[in-house]
Design a binder for this molecule. Structure first.
Ligand code: IPD
Ligand code: CA
Length: 257
């Protein structure tokens, strides 16, 4: 945990400066997109350098840099340097650094950090989940009527458009509201801290959700693949809720009796 937090803190310093610059570039004709790609790569490099210094043998699964096999084949870091890139690019201060540590197939530690709000969401397997220095707990809502449900909307170039429209149509008529904030790792963190009652999305990558899955589980929540028995880390289709809402919400999302 100390190693992960230190690495994220170091990377976040430059990332905050870059975000300030994006806000300026927003109004320039060239626009900020090349600049943002560079910020993404730079953040990831800093994280890899810092984590490698502390744990030289661990491998990596990186959004930008792909897979790096370590001498220790049991342990690998799963990293999204800027989750919520579209928000970052548009000057919207809702994005995060997400780092998870996997041992074998199990996620054993994870952090999600929003460098703008300076909010930390952290968990280690078996020891609970923390929002800054407070213990996190998923929401206690038992009824879908009272539930606020987060999701991700597929966009141009992504599959599942038709399925998403049908799913959201069913969810909007069964719940208190749907939210789309644009950062999967923070969506999961918000479920863990009880702001969102649930979150579902399809077509995700392991780096979007690896840390967030552990946050929800350690906060007493439930995480599963949306449709089948597989792990969302492999399928990319996720449902995260408290224990009471998972069965009824899954039925609503999928339109099953
Ligand atoms: C995206 C965000 C977004 C989710 C997308 C992800 P990126 O990650 O987490 O909330 O809806 O599916 O790809 O591209 O911003 O790192
Ligand atoms: Ca991401």
């Amino acid at each position: 945990m100390t190693v992960m937090v230190a690495a994220a803190e170091k990377a976040a310093k430059a990332l905050k400066r870059d975000f300030g610059e994006v806000e300026n570039l927003q109004v320039s004709r060239k626009g900020p997109s090349d600049y943002v790609s560079a910020a993404d790569v730079k953040t990831e490099k800093t994280l890899v350098a810092e984590l490698s210094k502390a744990r030289p043998n661990f491998g990596f699964v990186l959004e930008e840099g792909g897979i790096i096999t370590g001498a220790d084949s049991e342990h690998r870091w799963i990293i999204d340097p800027i989750d919520g890139t579209t928000n970052f690019l548009h000057g919207i201060p809702h994005f995060a650094i997400s780092i998870a540590l996997q041992r074998g197939t199990e996620i054993i530690a994870g952090i999600v950090y929003n460098p703008i709000t300076e909010d930390w969401y952290r968990a280690e397997k078996g020891t609970g989940a923390f929002y800054n220095n407070h213990r996190m707990r998923v929401s206690a809502h038992r009824s879908l009527d009272d539930s606020v449900v987060a999701t991700g909307i597929p966009h141009k170039g992504r599959p599942w458009h038709e399925e998403f429209i049908q799913q959201s149509q069913r969810v909007m008529s069964a719940t208190a509201g749907i939210r789309r904030f644009g950062t999967a790792s923070l969506d999961l963190a918000f479920v863990a801290v009880g702001r969102f009652d649930a979150y579902w999305e399809m077509g995700l990558k392991p780096w979007d959700i690896a840390a967030g899955i552990l946050l929800v589980q350690e906060a007493g929540g439930f995480v599963a693949d949306l449709t089948g028995p597989g792990s969302p880390l492999d399928t990319g289709n996720i449902l995260a809720t408290n224990a009471q809402l998972q069965a009824p919400l899954r039925k609503v999302i999928l339109g099953t009796p």
